[in-house]
Write a protein that binds this ligand. Structure first.
Ligand SMILES: [Zn+2]
Length: 298
């Protein structure tokens, strides 16, 4: 049973007109070492340094940093309309206890999440800090992803509108614009849906489908993104949601003009794949949300 599509042959669903882009293969390499290509986009004359240095932090400082960014991510998702009812979860791996992660309390609207009402959950699904309840699906999915991908610090999944629409088609994101090239050959499609995810076995299927990638499109369900930081995972989700929107609008208007493999790869290599680029993009949004909603830091 193949769970992850390698996206080699876009379908021709009647509702979406797609130009065949030919055979491609996934690159097995991680995107973590591609940041040097950003040098061309950051002007040295303006004092540009890339990648931006990450300050040294103690365990306690790093934990607080991740919790703040996580609470900020929930607020940003709420502001952008990416949440749906009780569904959705963004997680941050704990810096001291790597098999534990921080997550939202089930039933608390994303717009009400703060640093202090996040839950710390262990590898058995027990809440070791914070007030219950815990979303069963959050544990079933994220525990398997954090276990399968030691490089992943943050993971994001919600039932966002355009992500769901794309997932309904079972389509990948096609290389049709500069922005979406960040996902070129770094995405997968989980090609089955078996109801709400409440078991670790089903979560493991999603982790397997994600593989080494940054995005997995869960058919008939929604999007899930990961990153080497909470910031990267969250921004990638926002970017994937917008890319899904763009693709659906463009496909409804006419045949898509796909970038060729060489151009899409080159554009992706200019920094769009990079964890640091996504982190920087998130921080621009985080700065605003903290100004607008400073209580998220409570
Ligand atoms: Zn879901």
């Amino acid at each position: 049973m193949t769970l992850a599509s390698d996206l080699t042959s876009p379908s021709t669903e009647p509702s979406v007109i797609v130009v065949t882009e030919g055979s491609r293969q996934h690159e097995a390499s991680s995107d973590d070492n591609e940041s040097s290509s950003w040098n061309g986009l950051v002007s040295p004359a303006e004092g540009g340094v890339w990648p931006r240095p990450v300050p040294q932090r103690s365990i306690a400082e790093e934990r607080l940093h991740r919790r703040r960014k996580l609470a900020g991510a929930y607020r940003i998702f709420a502001k952008l309309g990416l949440a749906e009812g009780l569904s959705g979860h963004i997680t941050a791996r704990d810096p001291e206890l790597p098999d534990h992660f921080w997550v939202n309390r089930f039933g608390l609207d994303f717009s009400r999440i703060t640093v202090s009402n996040l839950l710390l959950v262990n590898s058995q699904g027990k809440i070791v800090e914070g007030q219950p309840p815990l979303n069963t699906s959050a544990f079933a999915i994220h525990s398997r992803i954090h276990a399968a991908r030691p490089d992943v610090i943050g993971a994001a999944h919600t039932h966002s509108p355009y992500g769901r629409a794309l997932a309904a088609l079972g389509e990948p994101l096609h290389p049709i614009s500069q922005d979406v090239c960040s996902f070129y050959q770094h995405q997968a499609v989980f090609g089955e849906y078996n109801g709400a995810v409440v078991t670790e076995d089903e979560g493991q299927k999603i982790a397997d489908a994600l593989g080494p990638h940054k995005l997995v499109i869960l058919r008939n369900h929604g999007l899930l993104t990961v990153g080497a930081s909470v910031e990267a995972a969250a921004y990638r989700f926002i970017a994937a949601e917008r890319a899904a929107h763009t693709q659906l609008v463009a496909a409804a208007a006419g045949p898509l003009r796909l970038l060729d493999h060489r151009t899409a790869s080159y554009t992706a290599g200019q920094g769009g794949r990079d964890n640091d680029g996504a982190r920087w993009a998130f921080d621009a949004l985080y700065e605003i949300i903290v100004e607008e909603q400073p209580d998220l830091l409570d």
